[in-house]
Design a binder for this molecule. Structure first.
Ligand code: GLU
Length: 418
């Protein structure tokens, strides 16, 4: 499996081995978790608007299915490759296990820049991708969802393509769909809300809620970052800086997030917002604050900037934003890091609710969904927090210990076929 040996994948493999050693887990079971169960690379020829045909590459990787069908998003980004998708699929296995959802882990992706494609091109790309991975997905097999660069519309097209092939409506094949076609209330804001709930859990359990409000910096202002900002703002905290791909803004007295969201609706970027000073993404990451919440892509806190980070707690809204080397540097500076598999699990939790609702054809009220989301996030946070104290370890290690042990147990119970 040389093809997937990227830095991102090797980093996750090393984490697995480290936890296996630490917990004395059966080496034969760890061996079975080191590589994905199934990977598919597809070629996606698309008729572009200018009449030319362009070929894109798509991936779907199922890391493990010992605890249930594979689950995980589909990423549209020009950095996507087999290594990255495989690393992210492994993280989904741990995330679903940590949240105790009856799912394994998967991830998909298309190497493309969605901002450079028209709506028509995106639709043709999505439908072709769906038809190429059709045999691999399904409500009982593998359930895609949105990730960086994809959204509700994308999920609607996947659901429609899959349903057309089978001849009847199958909403349970993807989650994160529009509510009108079987999506769940609360799914759109779930990941950001979950990040905010996790931050509040840190305030209550780690910082002992000693201040009236906390200073928060958010990097990335897509679906996750903007919703996390809105929830934290509504909780009464001060969002002192935010950024998107074009740049950032800063106001030490706090940014009015409701006003900022209106500004973004008009201009599509945070830049130029009144009552704020411009700041670069690099400057934003090293601001003095209580919480730094990276909500964009992976690998933004690395050995190059980790020693300059001044936050008290880093909450990973994104998947893998802190590299292994940076992890060590931050921990040596006594900065706590709440890993993505705990902090950003709100999305997959409500995806689970969506899947259950689709399969049962029985839909719940938003209030009930958000209450259950908050409850599951708190339960997992408390389990991890307790283990950090018991084992005198950091949050990432504790979270992985719980997650990997559960998956290893499932594999042991199922046995090895043949
Ligand atoms: N892409 C999201 C994640 O990384 C959501 C996955 C899902 O809902 O299946 O957790």
């Amino acid at each position: 499996m040389k093809e997937m040996m990227s830095d991102a994948f090797l980093m996750e493999q090393r984490q697995l081995e480290r936890i296996g050693d630490l917990m004395n887990l059966d080496k034969n079971i760890i061996e079975r978790l080191k590589f994905p169960k199934r990977t598919l690379i597809v070629s996606l020829p698309i008729k572009m608007d200018n009449g030319e045909t362009k070929c894109f590459t798509g991936y779907r990787v199922q890391h493990d299915t010992a605890r249930g069908p594979a689950k995980g998003g589909i990423r549209y980004n020009s950095e996507v490759d087999l290594g990255e998708v495989s690393a992210l699929a492994m993280l989904m296995t741990w995330k679903c296990s940590l949240m105790n959802l009856p799912f394994g882990g998967a991830k998909g992706g298309i190497c493309c820049n969605p901002n450079e494609l028209s709506l028509g091109e995106l639709e043709r790309l999505t439908r072709r991708y769906t038809s190429e991975i059709l045999q691999m997905i399904g409500p009982e097999k593998d359930i895609p969802a949105p990730d960086v660069g994809s959204n509700e519309k994308t999920m609607g097209w996947i659901m429609d393509t899959y349903s057309n092939y089978h001849g009847y409506c199958i909403p349970g094949v993807v989650t994160g769909k529009p509510v009108e076609i079987g999506g769940s209330l609360g799914r759109r804001q779930a990941t950001g809300a979950g990040v905010a709930y996790t931050t509040r859990n840190c305030i209550n359990n780690i910082l002992n809620n000693s201040k009236e409000h906390y200073d928060i910096v958010i990097q990335g202002f897509g679906n996750v970052g903007s919703n996390a900002a809105k929830y934290l703002h509504d909780m009464g905290h001060k969002i002192i800086a935010v950024s998107d791909v074009f740049g950032g803004i800063y106001n030490k007295n706090g940014i009015n997030i409701d006003e900022l969201l209106k500004h973004i609706e008009k201009t599509k970027k945070v830049e130029g917002f009144k009552d704020s000073t411009p700041i670069t993404n690099e400057e934003l990451l090293i601001l003095e604050c209580d919480f730094l919440i990276p909500c964009a892509l992976g690998n933004v806190i690395t050995k190059n900037n980790a020693d300059k980070i001044k936050a008290k707690i880093v909450v990973e809204g994104a998947n893998g934003p802190v590299s292994s080397e940076a992890d060590e540097i931050l921990l040596s500076k006594n900065i706590k890091i709440i890993p993505g598999i705990l902090a950003n699990a709100g999305g997959v939790i409500v995806s689970y609710f969506e899947w259950v609702q689709d399969i049962q054809r029985l839909f719940w009220e938003e209030e009930e969904i958000m209450k259950n989301l908050e409850r599951l996030m708190a339960k997992s946070f408390n389990e991890v927090h307790k283990l950090t104290i018991e084992k005198k370890t950091d949050y990432r290690t504790a979270a992985l210990m719980i997650a990997i042990e559960r998956v290893a147990k499932a594999k042991e119970l199922r046995g090895l076929y043949p």
